[in-house]
Design a protein around this ligand. Structure first.
Ligand SMILES: *[C@@H]1O[C@H](CO)[C@@H](O)[C@H](O)[C@H]1NC(C)=O
Ligand SMILES: *[C@@H]1O[C@H](CO)[C@@H](O)[C@H](O)[C@H]1NC(C)=O
Ligand SMILES: *[C@@H]1O[C@H](CO)[C@@H](O)[C@H](O)[C@H]1NC(C)=O
Ligand SMILES: *[C@@H]1O[C@H](CO)[C@@H](O)[C@H](O)[C@H]1NC(C)=O
Ligand SMILES: *[C@@H]1O[C@H](CO)[C@@H](O)[C@H](O)[C@H]1NC(C)=O
Ligand SMILES: *[C@@H]1O[C@H](CO)[C@@H](O)[C@H](O)[C@H]1NC(C)=O
Ligand SMILES: *[C@@H]1O[C@H](CO)[C@@H](O)[C@H](O)[C@H]1NC(C)=O
Length: 520
């Protein structure tokens, strides 16, 4: 009995890995935007996100946390599915929505019909100073009057003293959401990319003339497709470029292509497994499918973004999208994206959506099955919010920070190195093996660190502590929590200092950030 007992107390260290970290960036290491992790907001409930007569301080605090780490708040896109269901009326102050009944699969359904007034756009002035905004107007209903009225109200709001004083600017107007699905969702009987290009060009001409777009700093972004054929047939950037979307007058004002992507869908109530979502190989294969689209887009001199993305479409899968494992997924996903030339990743959020990084208002029903909650759940961050914080900390606030993936020959450990002025400053490692509730024997990988050139001698280690991959709360980052009433960080910061030659252990479902700067 004694040897068995003794054995069960042994730490469950499965194996050691030697990891070679570049001491300086190899050629073509991407420069990372301060707003790499940005947000796409479902626009039906936008006024609740930011606040109307007064600001929603909880939401703004969650943006300010990131601002403090990188020197810029996340970019904000407002629109999505509800953008195509929005009309404008002067006599409405903010917005009037008509919602369908909630269901167990969709506890927080999107509005069927939204009518907005000038105030809906004006409240963008509540966003943090320096916020760059993208706003969508409808293409689905082909109501030119509605789209032009909305575009005028948007441009007036950003040209107002309120937004100017707040330092909030409009980067892009988007026209239509996921037009590649219009033939399936009732907007059209059938639809091709050449019809899209023709309709987009006509509507963009009306809009750009009505608002004098060429005389402003605002551009169009194009695409916002749900998928891509990556060919000149079907819907893709290649198709619309070959159909001359860039050639018209408004086409010359296009500055970016936006792609939407989800790893799977919960639309029919069947989600994937958390352990699959987190898998290093499928995170990469979900993104590398866009490699040729990125090259085609950059070849036209345009930026390429994931303008709307998250784990599972239709607001997320319960017990998957809202969990700590989704934070692991989101971090690796967002850091891998720029490795193939995607400049920003806009995580889609909505009130009560399972995959939201943030729940900005109190909730009355369960996000998992719509059942009533006896006491409302106050505003809070969900686990994937920690991915935004960690990516921001890895990026830091200096100009022109570069981040490269560290080549690691392992199916569960990924790593990225950050360089400031060509010098290695930080590295993050992600162990994406799912340690689920009920699992025993959490394994740990020992990383031995070697460098291509002169390496640092000491480091501090900061850990994302997670009980289980399927926990929906209770994460800590360096001993601190963001799961607070205000959305601001609380608790005592806890870091370990170590000699680099000792290496670092990383257990299943864990993230470690190594800081080499200032500890030489
Ligand atoms: C976990 O560890 C115990 C004690 O070493 C061992 O008996 C058991 O088989 C292990 N379980 C798994 C699933 O590996
Ligand atoms: C949307 O709601 C507005 C205001 O209630 C109404 O005038 C309009 O007819 C509705 N549109 C649709 C398509 O239901
Ligand atoms: C849109 O442009 C067309 C062509 O110039 C014009 O006939 C039409 O009146 C415009 N519609 C609106 C609502 O501005
Ligand atoms: C188009 O939008 C305008 C402006 O709100 C509205 O008056 C009109 O009824 C809409 N047309 C249709 C066909 O819905
Ligand atoms: C994306 O990820 C999901 C979940 O791991 C996987 O089922 C799917 O096959 C992946 N898609 C691609 C294109 O790799
Ligand atoms: C919660 O219920 C109150 C009262 O019915 C309502 O005003 C509020 O909008 C609800 N909150 C959410 C997030 O649905
Ligand atoms: C990667 O690891 C596998 C399995 O441990 C090994 O067979 C293979 O040779 C390694 N490849 C490289 C490039 O090191």
């Amino acid at each position: 009995m004694i040897p068995l007992l003794w054995f069960s107390y042994l730490p469950w260290t499965a194996f050691a890995l030697t990891v070679t970290i570049p001491s300086s960036p190899e050629k073509a290491v991407p420069v990372i935007s301060r707003s790499l992790i940005s947000l796409s907001i479902e626009q039906d409930r936008w006024p609740e996100w930011v606040g109307t007569s007064s600001k929603n301080s909880f939401f703004l605090n969650t943006l300010d946390n990131i601002n403090k780490l990188t020197g810029a708040p996340p970019n904000i896109r407002i629109g999505a599915n509800s953008e195509d269901k929005t009309n404008f009326a002067y006599d409405i102050e903010y917005a009037e929505d008509i919602f369908p009944a909630p269901t167990a699969i969709v506890p927080y359904p999107e509005a069927l019909n939204i009518t907005v007034g000038n105030g809906f756009y004006q409240i963008a002035q509540h966003l943090p100073r320096g916020t760059h905004v993208t706003w969508g107007v409808p293409l689905g209903p082909l109501n030119v009057t509605a789209a032009v009225l909305e575009a005028k109200a948007i441009m007036n709001a950003f040209d107002s003293p309120g937004c100017k004083a707040a330092g909030v600017t409009l980067d892009y107007l988007e026209i239509g959401n996921e037009a590649d699905l219009y033939a399936n969702n009732g907007f059209r009987k059938s639809y091709t990319s050449s019809q899209y290009v023709q309709e987009w060009t006509a509507l963009a001409t009306n809009i750009s003339e009505a608002v004098g777009l060429s005389k402003t700093g605002t551009k169009f972004l194009v695409g916002s497709f749900a998928g891509s054929s990556s060919k000149t047939t079907g819907f893709s950037p290649q198709a619309i470029y070959s159909e001359n979307v860039l050639a018209s007058d408004p086409g010359s004002l296009i500055a970016a292509f936006s792609e939407h992507h989800y790893s799977g869908s919960f639309c029919a109530g069947n989600g994937g497994l958390l352990s699959d979502l987190m898998t290093k190989a499928t995170i990469r294969s979900n993104l590398t499918i866009y490699q040729t689209d990125v090259i085609a887009t950059r070849g036209e001199g345009l930026d390429y973004i994931l303008g709307e993305t998250n784990s599972y479409a239709c607001h997320g899968a319960p017990g998957v999208s809202n969990t700590a494992g989704a934070a692991i997924w989101a971090l690796d996903y967002a850091l891998f994206a720029p490795q193939i030339g995607i400049s920003k990743v806009f995580f889609h959020v909505g009130i009560g959506f399972k995959y939201s990084l943030i729940q900005p208002v109190a909730l009355n029903r369960s996000i998992l099955d719509g059942s009533p909650l006896s006491t409302p759940l106050p505003p809070h961050v969900q686990p994937p919010y920690y991915a935004a914080i960690i990516a921001a900390e890895l990026r830091g606030s200096k100009d022109k920070v570069q981040i490269s993936e560290i080549a690691i020959n392992d199916t569960q450990v990924a790593g990225y190195a950050a360089f400031e002025g060509g010098e290695l400053v930080r590295a993050v490692f992600i162990n994406s093996k799912a340690f689920l509730q009920g699992n025993t024997n959490r394994s740990s990988v020992h990383l031995d660190l070697v460098f291509t050139g002169k390496g640092p001698e000491t480091m501090t280690i900061k850990r994302l502590a997670i009980g289980h991959a399927d926990d929906a709360s209770g994460l800590t980052w360096g001993g601190q929590t963001y799961e607070t009433e205000s959305g601001k960080v609380q608790g005592k910061l806890s870091l370990q200092s170590k000699r680099v030659k000792e290496g670092v252990d990383i257990s299943e479902t864990e993230v470690v950030l190594l800081n080499f700067a200032g500890v030489h």
